[in-house]
Unconditional design. Sequence first.
Length: 264
Amino acid sequence: MTRAHGTLARYHVDKCRCELCCARKSSYHTGRTRQIAYGRWQPYAAPESARAHVAYLIGYGLSINTIADMAGVDHECVSDLMSDAHERGLLPASAEALLSVRFDLDLVPGRSFIDAAGTRRRVQALATLGHSVKSQATALGRLANNFNDVVTQVRVFAYTARQVRDLYDEWSSNPPPDTHGAKVARTLAARKKWLPPAAWDDDWIDLTDAALEIELRRQAELMGDVEVRRCYDAFRKKGERSPLVVAAAREYDRRLYRKQVAFA
């Protein structure tokens, strides 16, 4: 985990003594001394921002322990934060360290478990193009029988998620030759109603199922009545199944129901 220079987290956790980090440490202590003199010293940071940020990271499938490791803070610190046990607040260095963590698959320790939703969606999306699960496994140097589990597992190693992501980036715009194996893969994907790459937004594909549902509903609620009606028609009449279209169709149903109740 690479933290920005000029932060308390970089100074305390990473032991960096560059000019920027030392200046931030000095500024902190100067401000601390002044606030103590004025009787306004608050040694703890409010936990709300850090708690909301950790919840955001959990929405991408990172566990509390993984987030703590990436921030360089004790596991118990993050566990207490999310269970609202930090009555006094967080130490500023801990708050800064947690807020500095970003969901970047390349920064997650390889042997850390993360939610498998993004990995599963990518494998399935490639199958809709004709890239069978077996061909994906072969390209990654994995055993097909073991790799099949990726489609059903709840969590996967971060290094597996990175492998699948990189393969997806390479193959998602390149359908394979129209072989018998490709046809079988597309038929299976269609039967299972897997979604193609075009259905997935880069900002959503790695969200957990629960976090995705919340985000899609939020986006749908922001749509105008005409827009949700168009999505409803696309879903009901044309069979469009991209996540946002489906969420907007459900929002149309909710609005229609509310109108019917209002006029009842």
